[in-house]
Design a protein around this ligand. Structure first.
Ligand code: PMP
Length: 478
């Protein structure tokens, strides 16, 4: 009787969850496997234990946040995590518990938490000088600009530094408008490009987007191979770009902006052939092509240093942030000398964009990526992890899609594979359970049902196994 009541209650609260559960009659057997595996599941050994933490507790911090910080601030997990230390691909909470950080690589630390080379660069520069970017000469900004330009193809040789990805995209859009004399911007549905008025206008994602109306911004069909109507046929999706140019503008546009793999949008790899076709249409309409590399850049996708390279295109403007400074607020816009020239028509400057401390950090990051062969590692470990996650897809109906490249991977949960019904509640549940097992992953996607696995690039094969085992165990228990 109690079972029937519980089932009825559950059905009312989450019919999807119930439907999904009943598709696994062998749950009892799996639970048995699960309890055995639980005892064996251990994080790879790590030769560091943090000193005891004596600061305020998570509850105290949460109370202060609620009182003094924006009510829009959100946190992951039912019991939010109070992280007090980070080393390489690991984080430690207030009790000294270690977690595998499989998300922080994109948010901040491309080459690992508190990398000593980056920390040293920041400390040494801070001790010598911190100043604004404008007014005087200093070698840090020039050295980093030179090193960064050497990583980009063609004539992409002029760097403007900013403090964030939002600023970088705002500047890129402004440069495109000034250079072309046009106003219209084309961006993809499901994109995320920042949180200021212009970039919020170019952003087209449901829960992230405020209705900041920006005149002249057009959102075209997303070339999403999993959910899109044309599957993996990129050229068919690109026809919408031409339609927008023909019927939504005067025939000329200022710019087309897109990521190569949508990050916040749920690790959506643009369908092959889309970017070359779209770039060609936009160029014919006199527009510039902006590649937002805030997430996919800096060796993350493994096969290439920049995401756009995997599509065989060369943009007119590239924007970057996040991993560029391994946690230091830094962003950049790189373009050609000819396009950069437009900003000389007036006085343009950014007080802190490219300051000595941040650019010293940026240079150190580039050196670490090379020295530790992190691009090769992203390819090797990322491919291995993708194989393991794909094997989980064969085992669990709940996984609708596994995608991405290198260490930028996505796992989409669906309650029904045929209908692709987003399994949002299950996504939250799995995330929470994996955290209890010691693995932190992110989530995103149009419906918030995609795990984002984007660890620091020093992630190892053992870490990949631990993550996949923890996901396996969690799914087997559901
Ligand atoms: N572009 C992309 C692709 C992003 O993912 C983000 C941040 N999530 C931004 C731009 C904005 O960067 P920031 O938060 O540093 O302003």
């Amino acid at each position: 009787m109690a079972m029937i009541l519980a089932r009825k209650l559950l059905q009312r609260r989450s019919p999807q969850l119930l439907r999904w559960q009943s598709s696994f009659p062998q749950a009892a057997v799996k639970n048995d496997v699960a309890s055995r595996a639980s005892a064996e599941l251990e994080l790879p050994p790590f030769d560091y234990a943090p000193p005891p933490y004596s600061g305020p507790s998570g509850d105290e911090i949460l109370a202060k946040r609620r009182e003094y910080l924006s009510p829009s601030l959100f946190h992951f997990y039912k019991n939010p995590l109070n992280v007090v230390e980070g080393k390489k691909q690991y984080l430690f909470d207030e009790k000294g518990k270690r977690y595998l950080d499989a998300f922080g690589g994109i948010a901040t630390v491309c080459c690992g938490h508190c990398h000593p080379d980056v920390v040293d660069a920041i400390i040494n520069q801070t001790k010598r000088l911190q100043h604004s970017t404008v007014l005087y000469l200093n070698h840090a900004i020039a050295d980093f600009a030179q090193a960064l330009a050497s990583k980009l193809p063609g004539n992409l040789k002029v760097v403007f530094f900013t403090n964030s990805g939002t600023e970088a995209n705002e500047l890129a859009i402004m440069i495109a408008r000034l250079y072309t004399g046009c106003h219209d911007i084309i961006s993809l549905r499901n994109a995320y490009h920042g949180n200021a008025a212009g970039t919020m206008g170019a952003t087209a994602q449901s829960i992230w987007k405020f209705n900041v109306v920006q005149s002249g911004v057009h959102h075209v069909v997303n070339p999403d191979p999993y959910r899109g109507i044309f599957g993996s046929d990129g050229e068919k999706y690109a026809r919408d770009v031409q339609d927008v140019i023909n019927f939504g503008t005067s025939g000329n546009v200022a710019a087309f902006i897109s990521e190569a793999i949508q990050g916040v949008g749920g690790i959506v790899e643009l369908a092959p052939g889309y970017l070359p076709a779209a770039y060609s249409m936009v160029k014919k309409a006199g527009g510039l092509c902006i590649a937002d590399e805030v997430q996919a850049g800096f060796a993350r996708i493994g096969s290439h240093f920049w995401g756009f390279e995997s599509h065989g295109v060369v943009p007119d403007i590239v924007t970057m942030a996040k991993g560029i400074g391994n946690g230091i607020p830094l962003g950049a816009v790189v373009t050609t000398p000819e396009i950069a020239e437009v900003l000389t028509r007036r006085c343009y400057f950014n007080t802190f964009g490219g300051n000595p401390v941040c650019t010293a950090a940026g240079l150190a990051v580039l050196k670490v990526i090379e020295k530790e062969k992190l691009q090769q590692n992203a390819l090797l470990v990322g491919s291995y992890l993708k194989e393991r996650l794909t094997a989980l897809k064969d085992k669990y109906e709940l996984i609708g899609d596994v995608r991405g490249r290198g260490l930028m991977l996505g796992v989409e949960l669906v309650a029904d594979r045929e209908l692709k019904t987003p399994a949002k509640a299950e996504t939250l549940h799995v995330m929470d359970q994996m955290k209890e097992l010691g693995v932190l992953i992110g989530k995103g996607g149009y419906y918030g049902n995609v795990f984002r696995i984007t660890p620091p690039l020093c992630f190892t094969k053992e870490d990949a196994d631990f993550l996949a085992d923890a996901m396996d165990l969690t799914l087997s228990r559901m």
